[in-house]
Design a protein. Sequence first.
Length: 248
Amino acid sequence: MYQALRDWAGEDKITFCIAGAGRGPLVARCLRAIERSGRAAFVYAVEKNPNAYVTLQDRQRREWGERVQLLFGDMRFMDVPQRVDILVSELLGSFGDNELSPECLDGAMRFLKPKGISIPSSYTAHLAPLSSSRLFNEARAAKDLKSVETPYVVMFQAVNVLSGDGGGVSGKCGPQVQECWEFVHPRVDPVLDDRGTLRKRRSQHPPAPQGPNIKRHAELVPLVLPVQRTAVPTQQLGAAGVDLAPDE
């Protein structure tokens, strides 16, 4: 945030929006960055959790004062009083998308001015096959078989990376660690409307001949299929690390 403030062109007052303020750590860091940069700025803090919002109200009264305006609601559906220059969030979770970061931020991009920026502006998930007998034994030690089909957040320690650089026998396998998916914000996508939701668009192909009892659809709705992922640790192939903790 400090770097964005330092590089920001012009002397006008800069407006921030903290999307998903929680109990206020990002708000506090934003205010420290503003003080350090010496720039004039104002902060909107958006939060939908009523328990966290109570904490924000208390911190605003005790610490932040009129430098921050609190807004209660879901960023995907609510509006802010004015468009902002910088949108700040921390919704990544442990795999880049498991806390609804893409869905929420796509809906919040309408908060930005045309030349506004998002922090983060992009994030990428990567995959590699790993072998860990220690993880396998810890996962199967539980009485419930569900434990070996549950995604875990772990520390990389006693592991062996099974893939390698060089492309394998066919020469087409690519690098040792490969990109899974990437999300970019703001997203320039013709199938999204100004609220970040899917919109209908007319088909570019003529409709196929149909019988009199079949309705012709003049519009197509783009379909985005979610990626289903299940980490199944086995003795030969699985997730990596120790200190098992279910990924919430």
